[in-house]
Design a protein around this ligand. Structure first.
Ligand SMILES: [Zn+2]
Length: 75
């Protein structure tokens, strides 16, 4: 049996809201939506529902559009 399941190697995964790819949590940026605006939770202090986005330009550029859609959908 391969020695693969050591606890130290386990990294929690999150899904980017834009590209829907699963990545290790540290590769994504957490943000919340406060007053219809995106607030990046760099210090992980925001208790509102968090979302994750890739730390790269492609996904970041689309975040604005995503936000508009998201706000409409949720009233
Ligand atoms: Zn992404």
């Amino acid at each position: 049996m391969p020695k693969k399941s050591s606890k130290a190697g386990h990294v929690p995964e999150r899904t980017c809201v834009i590209c829907k790819k699963k990545k290790e949590q540290y590769k994504l940026i957490r943000f919340a939506i406060l007053d219809s605006e995106i607030v990046f939770d760099l210090k992980r202090k925001i208790t509102a529902r968090g979302y994750y986005v890739c730390d790269d330009n492609d996904c970041m550029e689309k975040l604005d559009k995503w936000l508009q859609k998201h706000i409409k959908k949720n009233g």
